[in-house]
Design a protein around this ligand. Structure first.
Ligand code: DX5
Ligand code: ZN
Length: 221
């Protein structure tokens, strides 16, 4: 299976989101990466829960890849209408009881994923491998687009992949942050399965979105 693309909607044209999502859907892109921030876990705000819910409206085949950078993320699930088809990443560092939060995502028919920030040891995910469909490795410090890659991200990626392979479980390894044209091939070679593509690649203004999507898939196939 080739690399999975999840363009980061916070980097898209914010005044034309409906048509941007329709475009990605028509191009066969699997996921739309939606960053939700509470201005507490990270010092930034992107979309409110109503917008996260509304992103479903233009969607035909593309699915929501919701990255919740907020404390106690379960408090937002109802308002976001988390359910069948959603891929939902919650931060280990932001949950009082990550096991309960992941179970709640699963109970809603969605796919749970545990996210770890750059300063969290990758071994942390070992406690959750029986409960998740994915692991989200932050390769920047969460909260803002356009940042440089966090130190040791590539080494962490390889180490995390080895942990997943050794577990024998079918778990998607997603990378998020500075997944640039230069980095994405190495990330793929080191075992990344799903790529959050933002300002450093598909929304970097180098190419129109259809060409950018095609180029990205060629680089991560
Ligand atoms: C950062 C966000 C990412 C970001 C990726 O907290 O999670 O989705 O938008 O975009 P770039 O490519 O600019 O790092
Ligand atoms: Zn993200």
């Amino acid at each position: 299976m080739g690399g999975i693309l999840s363009p980061s909607v916070m980097c898209a044209d914010l005044l034309n989101l409906y048509s941007e999502i329709e475009k990605l859907d028509s191009l066969g892109v699997e996921f739309l990466h939606i960053d939700f921030m509470d201005n507490k876990f990270v010092p930034n705000i992107t979309f409110d829960t109503n917008m996260v819910k509304s992103f479903k409206r233009p969607m035909k085949n593309i699915r929501r890849d919701i990255h919740i950078m907020a404390f106690e993320p379960q408090n937002y699930f109802d308002k976001m209408e988390i359910g069948q088809g959603d891929f939902v990443s919650v931060h280990y560092e932001a949950c009082e009881n990550p096991h309960e939060v992941l179970a709640e995502i699963r109970n809603r028919g969605a796919s749970p994923s545990i996210a770890i920030s750059p300063d969290t040891p990758v071994e942390t995910v070992c406690d959750f491998l029986d409960e998740v469909d994915g692991v989200l490795l932050m390769t920047v410090y969460p909260g803002f687009a356009g940042q440089p890659m966090a130190p040791n991200s590539m080494e962490r990626l390889s180490k995390l992949k080895q942990i997943i392979v050794d577990s024998g479980k079918d778990i998607i390894l997603e990378v998020d942050g500075h997944v640039s044209w230069d980095h994405c091939q190495e990330m793929r070679a080191r075992g990344a399965d799903m790529f959050v593509a933002g300002s450093s690649s598909v929304y970097g203004k180098d190419y129109p979105i259809d060409e950018a999507v095609k180029k990205f898939y060629q680089l991560v196939k």
